[in-house]
Design a protein around this ligand. Structure first.
Ligand code: GLA
Length: 383
């Protein structure tokens, strides 16, 4: 049996002085965790050209731990307690850098310059047409061929009161993936003693460009199995219907009477079979109620068996609810776990998909002199 300690060691953690005893594979008892917040860095791996990729380990006084990798500014692990105090990793991903370098569906990555789809990879900005790689034929998805989740970010630990943080920076050159302007982007992950993982994004550009950043973590609050028994509440009375290629039609429709109505907490599996097609399931943008750019509750997710709950708060107008439909058992992730269809779900805070081609959607255009900002919080609780 692999102990948590050995897994941590393999992931490059500094665990000196800690005495962590594994209970069942992948779990730890809360009482066995030291109560000192810490932020540490270690080596996660090396790029082919020798660039060292660091892993940052943030731990709060409750023992909740987040691991963040410079490659893709990726959330690699997130250990949170259940109702009995047992810690489990609630996000999908890989143990080592090789996994992230290979093809994978954006596990935990920071997505940019433009998250979600751009119809036929084209948009017109200030009278000029721009085009991108059609990496999700016939559209462009998640920033193009090599989006921000495939870039080497530079991380640094930031000291905060009652919290531990790492700030990651990436400078995207003018023309990268077809986008105009040199864009400087930062994402700061902060773990508070209230079991909140906060993601603060900022970006500025020297030319007008669309920007829509998000995080693509795949959550499973049980740590394994599927998410169809998880219950979900979404603070959204409306959604953006899509065509067969998942591009919004432009309509903003009511969720009432549709399987997208999560205004009362409902189990994800309850109506998922109504979303037919290949692969079927949820992969839709919900329009959050009362958007005004301030932090608001977007979603509440709970796993009845473990008692783990996650609240998602965001300053963004939308959230892509994706129920892991393309996972098909071909990927082996952390500790050899096989990720089957609906093994996890994503709640991606965002501006609406294909906003650059829909004038009735909130704009994603960032102009020189302005600063793009987003704050999204994943808060963990038990019941
Ligand atoms: C996003 C998309 C999905 C899928 C996943 C990755 O969430 O909306 O359609 O492409 O990323 O597999």
């Amino acid at each position: 049996m692999k102990t948590h300690k050995s897994v941590l060691r393999r992931a490059g953690f500094a665990v000196a002085g800690l005495s962590l005893i594994a209970n069942a594979p992948g779990t730890l008892s809360q009482s066995q965790v030291l109560v000192k917040a810490s932020a540490e860095k270690s080596i996660f791996g090396k790029m082919e050209d020798g660039t060292v990729i660091k892993l940052f380990t943030l731990k709060n006084t409750k023992g909740t731990t987040a691991t963040i990798v410079e490659y893709g500014a990726t959330l690699q692990g997130l250990w949170v307690p259940d109702k009995t105090g047992k810690f489990t990793d609630v996000v999908l991903g890989y143990d080592g850098l090789e996994g992230y370098l290979g093809p994978h569906p954006y596990f935990g990555g920071t997505i940019g310059r433009v998250a979600n789809r751009i119809a036929k990879g084209k948009f017109i900005l200030d009278g000029k047409e721009f085009s991108m790689a059609l990496n999700n034929s016939p559209n462009s998805l998640h920033g193009g061929k090599d989006g921000f989740n495939r870039k080497v970010w530079k991380g640094e630990i930031v000291k905060r009161p009652h919290a531990v943080s790492v700030r990651l920076t990436y400078i995207s050159p003018d023309g990268e993936e077809g986008f105009p302007g040199t864009l400087k982007a930062t994402v700061t992950y902060t773990l508070t003693d209230e079991n909140e993982l906060k993601l603060d994004y900022a970006a500025s550009s020297d030319k007008a460009t669309p920007v829509n950043l998000t995080n693509h973590s795949y959550f499973n609050l049980a740590g394994n199995g599927g998410i169809l028994d998880h219950s979900l509440y979404l603070n959204a009375n409306k959604y953006t219907p899509v065509d067969s290629t998942l591009i919004p039609t432009g309509e903003i429709a009511k969720v009432k009477g549709t399987p997208f109505d999560f205004t009362q907490a409902t189990s994800i599996g309850e109506r998922i079979s109504q979303l037919t097609g290949d692969p079927g399931g949820y992969d839709h943008n919900l329009v959050l109620n009362g958007w005004n750019g301030k932090l608001k509750l977007a979603a509440q997710l709970s796993d009845p068996a473990s008692g783990r709950q996650m609240e998602m708060w965001t300053t963004e107008p939308g959230v892509q609810f994706y129920s892991g439909n393309f996972l098909d058992g071909t990927i082996k992730g952390k500790q050899g776990a096989v990720y089957q269809k609906h093994a996890a779900l994503c709640l991606e805070a965002q501006h609406f998909p294909d906003s650059v081609n829909h004038t009735n959607f909130p704009t994603t255009i960032l102009r020189p002199g302005s600063i793009y900002r987003q704050e999204t919080v994943y808060k963990f609780l038990v019941n």
